[in-house]
Design a protein around this ligand. Structure first.
Ligand SMILES: Cc1cc2nc3c(=O)[nH]c(=O)nc-3n(C[C@H](O)[C@H](O)[C@H](O)COP(=O)(O)OP(=O)(O)OC[C@H]3O[C@@H](n4cnc5c(N)ncnc54)[C@H](O)[C@@H]3O)c2cc1C
Length: 463
């Protein structure tokens, strides 16, 4: 259940009391008339603004929120695009619904019911482990370059709308600097400067803005890695025929490629590639591989859009400062998966801290940082799991065992150990810690041992 629903007008006094905890900076709180700026209107900025305003209304606190965002998410192509595979786990869709954020069908392009894992050793379809655990495919902007008059809505645009309904002002301007006037942050655009009581930096990592931040706003910079994303127009019927209702994941022994996925969305298919510094050569090697050619005729379909965004692979040491907090990719996010889920978690935690506790460095350290640390600690398990994935990619013998085990499990209703681990790893639906410990369960280890052994056993002679 949403934490917001439990709040009443009468709670305001006790919340203010909580905020008055006797730390030296505790006078930094939001009060009636306070002004808040959000730099970036992607998911993290919108989640932050939405929860901040919802909480403020609940305790009758009168604040104003300006969201600075130069993009127009009603535009298709690069002008409205926030470069993303667009996979949202069903658990996040349901979590958002409990918060009162009901994604309309026009935002969810396609419910995805299964994954097809492709390796050189073969392919296997992995069904959702629990029926409800579908995943949703969305467009962050209004679709690829050629997607004019399409009957869908942008995910980021939808989140902005709900913020505006809560009273946020959308300012279509690029922020070019963040300075201080005493303790107070000052937002600089080409139109002028404005002083705020609090600034949430939600600029992601694909503009240079996060590199401009100095030690007074955060400690350290996010580390990033380059990715590649492209869109093919194939038509809904042809997509159903080739890819069906499944997301297609490729674990191939191509150096520098960690992972690639083809995601069906309406008339289009999104290809997202993650790995070490993806370049044209790597993209070509991937598209030319027999596994991709067998699943998808990429060669005969021209790409309508392509870009090479970066992804946050490690957050700054401390994503906050006095009256400034970094949320989403600009701060700490999940490694390779579920960045939108992390934007929700960090955006909400930062908003709760600001309203319930205060906006000083100490407040963010005590009440916001634990959420960031939990994500960063979970990413350590993620790294271990990705080491395992590398081992699978590198050894044909292990690849065959994984495939054999998964295919065997998919023929029975229970005991789907490898399937569950792969599903959660590819969808990001579960914490990496859970995936890691599930892979240490006796059922998983025994199944894998049997499957590896089957690979060395000589074929039985026919009598
Ligand atoms: C190839 C790829 C595939 C991915 N696939 C998925 C996926 O399938 N599922 C998933 O959950 N996550 C995925 N992610 C991760 C996900 O995209 C991010 O985690 C998520 O977008 C973070 O949201 P954010 O709001 O923090 O940042 P962003 O989405 O980057 O939004 C930042 C916003 O800030 C604005 N901005 C930037 N600078 C300024 C400025 N100076 N002034 C004003 N505004 C500014 C930008 O225009 C943008 O709208 C993927 C990432 C990549 C690179």
């Amino acid at each position: 259940m949403s934490g917001l629903g439990q709040w009443t007008l009468g709670a305001r006094r006790s919340i203010r009391h909580l905020a008055a905890d006797p730390s030296p900076d505790s006078d930094a709180t939001l009060s009636d008339g306070s002004r808040v700026a959000v730099i970036g209107g992607g998911p993290a900025g919108s989640f932050f603004a939405y929860f901040l305003l919802r909480l403020a209304h609940t305790i009758d606190l009168d604040i104003s929120v300006d969201i600075y965002e130069p993009r127009h998410f009603t535009h298709c192509g690069p002008a409205g695009c926030n470069h993303c595979g667009g996979i949202v786990s069903e658990s996040l869709v349901q979590m958002l619904a409990t918060e009162g954020i009901n994604l309309p069908p026009s935002v969810v392009q396609r419910g995805i019911y299964s994954y097809v894992l492709h390796m050189d050793a073969g392919s296997v379809e992995i069904e959702s482990p629990v029926e409800e655990q579908r995943i949703a495919a969305i467009y962050r902007g209004n679709g690829p370059r050629t997607a004019v008059d399409m009957p869908w809505e942008s995910f980021d645009g939808y989140l902005q709308q709900i913020c505006e309904k809560e009273g946020a002002q959308l300012v279509h301007q690029l922020v070019v600097g963040l300075e201080r006037n005493g303790d107070f942050p000052v937002v600089i655009t080409n139109e002028g400067t404005t002083t705020y009581d609090l600034v949430a930096v939600a600029c992601g990592v694909n503009s240079n803005f996060h590199m401009l931040l100095d030690g007074s706003t955060s400690e350290g910079k996010p580390e990033v890695s380059r990715t590649f994303i492209t869109e093919f127009k194939l038509g809904a019927d042809a997509i159903l025929e080739t890819l069906g209702d499944s997301m297609h994941v490729f674990l191939l022994d191509i150096p520098r490629l960690e992972f690639a996925a083809l995601i069906p969305k309406g008339d289009y298919v999104t290809l997202a590639m993650l790995g070490e510094e993806i370049d044209d050569d790597l993209v070509r090697r991937f598209l030319d591989s027999p596994e991709v050619r067998a699943a998808f005729p990429a060669d005969s379909i021209p790409a309508v859009c392509a870009c090479a965004p970066v992804i946050n692979v490690k957050g700054p040491e401390r994503p906050f400062g006095e009256r400034v907090v970094l949320v989403g990719d600009a701060g700490i996010t999940r490694l390779y998966k579920d960045g939108i889920g992390a934007a929700y978690r960090t955006g909400k935690a930062a908003a709760e801290t600001a309203i319930v506790h205060g906006i000083s460095t100490d407040d963010f350290e005590t009440h916001y940082f634990p959420t960031c640390r939990a994500i960063a600690n979970d990413n350590m398990f993620g790294r271990l799991i990705f080491f395992f994935t590398i081992a699978v990619r590198k050894s044909k013998f292990v690849r065959k065992a994984v495939l054999r085990m998964t295919a065997g499990e998919q023929r029975r209703p229970k005991g789907r150990h490898m399937s569950g681990v792969l599903w959660n790893m590819f969808t990001g639906s579960a914490p990496y810690r859970d995936v890691f410990f599930n892979a240490l369960r006796p059922g998983f280890l025994l199944g894998l041992a049997k499957s590896l052994a089957a690979g060395v056993r000589p074929p039985q002679k026919e009598s």
